[in-house]
Design a protein around this ligand. Sequence first.
Ligand code: ZN
Length: 282
Amino acid sequence: MGELKNKRIITVATTGAWPTKENTPNVPIEPDEIAEEVYNCWKEGAAVAHIHVRNDEGKAAMDFSKFEKVVSLVRAKEDCDIILNLTTSGGIGLKEDDRIKPFHELKPEMASYDCGTMNWLHTSVFENNPAFLERLGTLMQEVNVKPEVEVFDPGMIYNAQYYLKKGILKGPLHFQFCMGCAGGIAASTKNLVFMHDCMMEVAPDSTWSAFGVGARAMEILYAAVAMGGNVRVGMEDNVLYKKGVIAENNMVFVARAKRIIEEFGLETATPAEAREILGLGQ
Ligand code: ZN
């Protein structure tokens, strides 16, 4: 298996809640499109797939039957051992029970845990209230789903510390530093270093990953690899491959991340290696 410290996990977020077919015809929306894209991203080197689904109108949704379909289609691909990470946000203003049901019933290895409430893109409230976070963490432990602690600003890292102390979250934690979303921390190397410092203060045995939305996505990608972190790529975060160029698919992002990791003299983690790094199934 080689040295795990030289391995970097690529998470692909193929769909997210926002891009529509009007924004880019290349975003996978239907369950079979998402599953096929996940499979192809695994072939390119992604070890984790962060899954969102859409309703029949293509809008953000926590439609259980769509999650069930995506999960079963990916699991049906016998040679594919990619780690599934289901969203628990889905979008803005969705019902808490609906946000919980997919991970609770389908038992992916991971699910997102958005560690605080924020004003989302200056337009709405992305609500993750204390009672919900306690319920979410408790239920994730109950079904042995590892939370991916998504943090959009440093305050959320300290929220994670609180839930860790309270036993709602169980260490070692895995953080996803989500940067450049309006309402959260801006995407810059300086800010990533600060987020990392905060994490080291509250839970130094944590693993972490990062992504940047928008113009500074590449900066965060390079900085995360350089700092020893893992990376997330995909159309949930960026529909442009580079300025003015719409990505053909999600695989091009994964392939680029893999090239960057390898240029550093590192290797991309296989799903089996990622399971070890993240302590999944323990
Ligand atoms: Zn997401």
